[in-house]
Write a protein that binds this ligand. Sequence first.
Ligand code: HEM
Length: 432
Amino acid sequence: MATQAKPRLDPETAYEVISPESYAHWDPLLDTFDRLREEAPVAWVEDPEGRHPPFWLVTRYDDVMRISKDNATFLNNPQTVVFSLTEGIEFAKNLTGGSPHMVASLVTFDAPIHMKYRKLTQEWFMPKNLRQIEDEVRELAHKTVDRLLEAGPEADFCKLVSQPYPLHVVMQILGVPEEDEPRMLMLTQQMFGGQDEDLNQSGMKDLPPEAITQLVAGAVKDFEAYFAKLTAEKRANPTDDVASTIANATVDGEPLNDRDMMGYYIIVAAAGHDTTSASTAGAMLALAQDPEQWARVREDRSLLPGIVEEAIRWTSPVQHFMRTAAEDTEVGGQEIAEGDWLMINYVAANHDPAQFDNPRKFDASRSPNRHLAFGAGAHQCLGLHLARLEMRILFEALLDRIETVELAGEPARSKSTFVGGLKTLPLRFTPA
Ligand code: HEM
């Protein structure tokens, strides 16, 4: 391949797009993405601290879409997220006996194995099947709103609603008993929020990368111990929940091995709630800042699906995934060499003005709203129908039972480059 000059990011910008801290203060980061989309839409990032391998940062919607859909040229292996620090990769290899992934799951598989595993639960997550759990989800939504109303008239929406509710739903579909949910919440937050001192349960600011890696490895081990017990139960007494589907699944006529089975539970348990929490809190923030819109949706529930979809775009809780080029190729006119690592940045893509008018505005009537928050292509979010259903049902309950809502303090975002969003949202409200 003819060599083309690499548009290298200056060290300050490179640090900004990698640092978990930047994702806690979104506006300046969105400004940087706006600049990059114009000046260097496919930019070469070298970590000034040398902790991550270099990668291409892709910020335009069309380029992120193209990479996401071309799963033959852009592979999920060997590394799917940027916080796979160089030390972390070595650590995972030692821990797993050679694999760079601490957990083997759908997001770490490529064709042909990926589809075989995905098909095991795909039906379960389709709208037709999800109708069966609607009543249970509605009951959970109302119980959650009960707790909010009891705590009112001022409360942290994240603590009382947006964090516990999706966790209850995903634990219910996995068949995890309610008394074990706090443990599951802690483990997920350690896995996804390892970089944020409020979420990683260490209480320590600026944990060194080795300590974060240890923390994540500890959470994975604990998850595995828990789900090993659950598998035995679901094999002995299968029900129609998703955990029974996984425990009793076969691929090419063989039951899943322990590592793959644990990875399946972990991806559903972990991917299924922090993401939905972040979008739910984002929707509530937007509505609390716009009392007229709250009153309008209370009157006209046909606006609700638009609110849900726009919240998912506006918050883009999964902030990036990584891909690796399987061959020499090109993205947005930039040559990419076989083996190069690429960051598809969903936050940047979902704020691309070429695709979305006035992208920073929360606009529930946005149409079309073909956002990339759920990804695209073979790995597109397996739980997207569930996430939409959960949010719609929760907001129906909130709109029925809360007349007015407003901010009662400063909201705060988590420090995380991977999955992120609001971690506190103080609200004041009046019951209906
Ligand atoms: C608003 C909420 C959610 C968002 C924004 C979100 C976002 C994403 C994204 C961006 C991906 C990767 C897509 C790609 O590589 O193209 C993904 C994959 C995945 N999501 Fe979600 N997700 C959400 C909720 C859920 C829920 C509720 C579940 C299940 C209970 C779930 C389960 C999964 C799984 C299993 C995958 C891996 C799919 C594969 O690799 O084949 N997600 N999600």
